[in-house]
Design a protein around this ligand. Structure first.
Ligand SMILES: [Zn+2]
Length: 274
């Protein structure tokens, strides 16, 4: 073959080789792109299943609109329903025949404490206003005298009846069994001993369906529990020194306060403790 023809043949072979090589590279790139795009489609359409992740505080805030905080332990103390607010208050002082002084010695001359250390809960049975009128009536007869320190109306209003430094006649013939045994003091030689000298008597206005002698009724309002917790907190009396007329009564005739929910009171006290 002449040299001229041999060079021409070599050039043709080189061109063909270049074309084939270019085609091969282009084909590989095309296949590669196709595989990658399909993989992406598969990944996006069916995410790999994974274990459920704990919700982050920020996500919880978005979903539940909770207050911003790191965790529940750091939530502000007291929610909208448990935070205690100063209740509306009014004075309706009772007739002086219905209360006395806190004494420093009993009927036999023995020294006694006049400190207030016990909360005794009651209910009015009759309406709050009727109870106030009864306490504002003069009672010359010792056995007929009666009073509470505070009365809480259905709307949560606190009515002050007897100053706390005075001895209200809330629970005649009564005893409180505390951690150190029975606590009761006789201050009147004509009457049985009672818890009155060291008690803070608080009464809740009964619902309309409680104006009878039934064992139960529909209970007390949220506002009544709120005001009760507020009064007890203000007095600084611990929860193991909260009792009822029913619990301290020794006559077997007192059942009040009926249908009282201790859980509602203690939830408020715990949420608002100092
Ligand atoms: Zn009572």
């Amino acid at each position: 073959m002449p040299d001229k023809n041999r060079k021409l043949l070599s050039l043709v072979i080189l061109v063909i080789a270049l074309i084939l090589a270019t085609h091969a590279v282009f084909s590989f790139w095309q296949v590669n792109q196709l595989v990658r795009s399909r993989t992406q489609v598969i990944i996006e359409s069916s995410p790999t299943p994974s274990a459920p992740q704990p919700l982050s505080p920020s996500l919880l805030q978005k979903q539940n609109k909770v207050a911003p905080s790191g965790n529940t332990a750091q939530l502000p103390r007291g929610s909208q329903t448990t935070i205690l607010r100063t209740p509306p208050q009014e004075n309706a002082w009772v007739d002086p025949s219905n209360y006395g002084e806190r004494l420093t010695q009993d009927a036999f001359g023995h020294p006694i404490s006049s400190r207030v250390t016990l909360v005794v809960l009651h209910e009015t049975v009759i309406s709050g206003r009727a109870a106030i009128a009864a306490f504002q009536t003069n009672r010359p007869d010792d056995l007929a005298q009666a009073s509470y320190h505070d009365l809480i109306l259905r709307n949560g209003t606190v009515v002050h009846l007897v100053p706390l430094e005075k001895r209200a006649f809330g629970a005649g013939n009564s005893v409180f069994y505390g951690a150190n045994g029975p606590e009761t003091v006789q201050t009147n030689p004509k009457l049985p001993s009672s818890v009155n000298n060291f008690s803070y008597h608080i009464s809740l206005e009964s619902p309309a369906d409680g104006n009878n002698e039934n064992a139960t009724h529909s209970g007390y309002t949220a506002a009544e529990y709120q005001s009760l917790a507020w009064l007890i907190k203000a007095a600084g009396i611990p929860s193991n020194r909260i009792t009822t007329h029913y619990a301290v009564d020794r006559t077997g005739t007192r059942k009040d306060p009926r249908s009282f929910d201790y859980t509602k009171l203690f939830e408020l006290l715990v949420a608002n403790r100092a």
